[in-house]
Ligand binder design. Structure first.
Ligand code: SF4
Ligand code: F3S
Length: 106
């Protein structure tokens, strides 16, 4: 399973959804998640993210482990997204900022 991690927050570029063959991305106010039971591990989305926020659950950067559970939980609550749309305002400014995990809106 692949996991969307912290750096997606407040960027939400959505390039990732365009390439997913099983449409397993779900959208919240300022973040996207991957449904772990639907992801087929194709890895196509990982290089598409301009914010480099997508990782295999086996290869998560230190400190990002909590996003495994966050993806699983919110994928059950949020609506499916299958087409790319504009990134969030100020996405470029938020890209790479630290401490964004606390800004996740549910
Ligand atoms: Fe979709 Fe493949 Fe990314 Fe999983 S790894 S979310 S199946 S594009
Ligand atoms: Fe987020 Fe990257 Fe997709 S910023 S919306 S995981 S392209």
């Amino acid at each position: 399973t692949f996991v969307v991690t912290e750096n997606c927050i407040n960027c939400k570029y959505t390039d990732c959804v365009e390439v997913c063959p099983v449409d397993c991305f779900y959208e919240g106010p300022n973040f996207l998640v991957i449904h772990p039971d639907e992801c087929i591990d194709c890895a196509l989305c990982e290089p598409e993210c301009p914010a480099e926020a997508i990782f295999s659950e086996d290869d998560l950067p230190p400190g990002q482990e909590k996003f495994i559970e966050i993806n699983a939980e919110l994928a059950e609550e949020w609506p499916n997204i299958t087409e790319m749309k504009g990134a969030m305002d100020d996405a470029a400014e938020w890209d790479g900022k630290e401490g964004k995990a606390d800004l996740l809106q549910r």
